[in-house]
Design a protein around this ligand. Structure first.
Ligand code: ZN
Length: 358
């Protein structure tokens, strides 16, 4: 119980990506050396997670220049040579227009995008491995459609490609395939009308646990500004009941930095819940006690066997030192609560899994 993991990304070493370019990078290395550099960065990401004491690992998304482009660049039908400006995320976070690639013909994978990366992970750790993909709705929201004519149609086409990819990632050894859908917190009507169904299409037949990550985006200033002024978190009352009856196994909810009341988690009872107990918007490292307190707040609403203490979102904007500290606090905080629960249950004298170092 209380198995720990991060949402997905970790900051990249500065020899791999220039500082200040963490979100959408131009690699520091020429193509010939990039493969080796990515492998090395992934080995470090694995080592950092293992050293911290996490129990489910990702590759820190070290190979991706961006969490969505990392997949869409593997598709035919999208023109990256001439970008256009679009509004994304409903303009919620106050960004000005952003560069978007254009969908110009049917989208189609040229081949597996991440299966080799999953096989590399499985060769270098014995812990369960999670791999992340952008969800169909969020991917749709990040592209300029000049072919399909409707968001729903583009999302359905992307879901088919994501499904083919997810099935291959599971075959390659992924234990969890997670779809990142921050847009599930924004376009609530569309989530009801076609978002959940399209997500299920992306996850259909995948022989691994399937997960969805819902959040308010990376801990960057414009997002933090919105988060600190928002007071209405009632949207979970609409999305979680829909996800509870969906085919998706696990749901990731940001609970540390946002003001989300953990009682909303009761709406997803029965599902596995990745509960965000690490704020990814601040360099300050939480104490294990703070993390433990955040986990305890969720316990009335989530069975501990279904509760996965997690970060709020990706840690890519953070320093590597802060990310390492936060992962250790996550593991140690979960250990504190796990120990308490085991003592309370009096069902065993040993604590399974991680023990914090002195
Ligand atoms: Zn996120």
């Amino acid at each position: 119980m209380l198995q720990t993991m991060i949402v997905g990304s970790l900051p990249r070493p500065t020899w791999l990506a220039p500082e200040g370019q963490q979100m959408h990078v131009n690699w520091n290395l020429e193509a010939a050396k990039l493969r080796e550099a990515h492998d090395d960065a992934v080995r470090l990401a694995i080592a950092d997670q293992e050293e911290a004491g996490l129990q489910i690992l990702t590759d820190g998304e070290q190979r991706r220049k961006h969490y969505i482009w990392g997949f869409t660049e593997g598709l035919d039908g999208i023109d990256f040579s001439r970008l256009v400006k679009i509004t994304t995320r409903g303009g919620r976070y106050g960004e000005s227009l952003v560069d978007a690639a254009r969908v110009v013909t049917p989208v189609r994978r040229r081949g597996s995008v991440m299966a080799e990366a999953v096989r590399f992970m499985k060769q270098h750790t014995s812990w369960p491995v999670k791999v992340t993909l952008p969800g169909p709705m969020t991917t749709t929201d990040t592209l300029a459609d000049e072919y399909y004519g409707s968001r729903q149609k583009l999302a359905a086409a992307l879901a088919q490609q994501l499904n083919d990819e997810a099935i291959e990632l599971a075959e390659a050894g992924a234990d969890i395939v997670q779809f990142d859908e921050p847009c599930f917190n924004i376009y609530l009507d569309e989530v009801e009308e076609w978002g959940i169904r399209t997500l299920e299409e992306a996850a259909k037949g995948v022989r691994a646990k399937t997960a969805v990550h819902i959040c308010y985006g990376y801990g960057v200033p414009i997002v933090l500004k919105w988060k600190t002024t928002n007071t209405d978190w009632s949207h979970y009352g609409r999305t979680l009941p829909l996800l509870r009856t969906s085919a998706i196994d696990m749901i990731s909810v940001e609970c540390a930095a946002s003001g989300v009341d953990p009682s909303v988690l009761a709406e997803a009872r029965g599902k596995d819940l990745m509960v965000g107990v690490i704020d990814v918007g601040a360099e300050e490292v939480e104490t294990p006690e703070t993390v433990a307190a955040r986990i305890r707040r969720a316990l009335p609403y989530v069975d501990p066997m279904h509760l996965y203490p997690c970060t709020d979102c990706g840690m890519i904007p953070r320093s590597r030192a802060a990310a390492r500290g936060k992962m250790k606090a996550l593991a140690d905080g979960a250990w504190l609560v796990r120990s308490e629960l085991i003592q309370q249950s009096r069902k065993g004298s040993t604590v399974m899994g991680y023990k914090p170092s002195a």
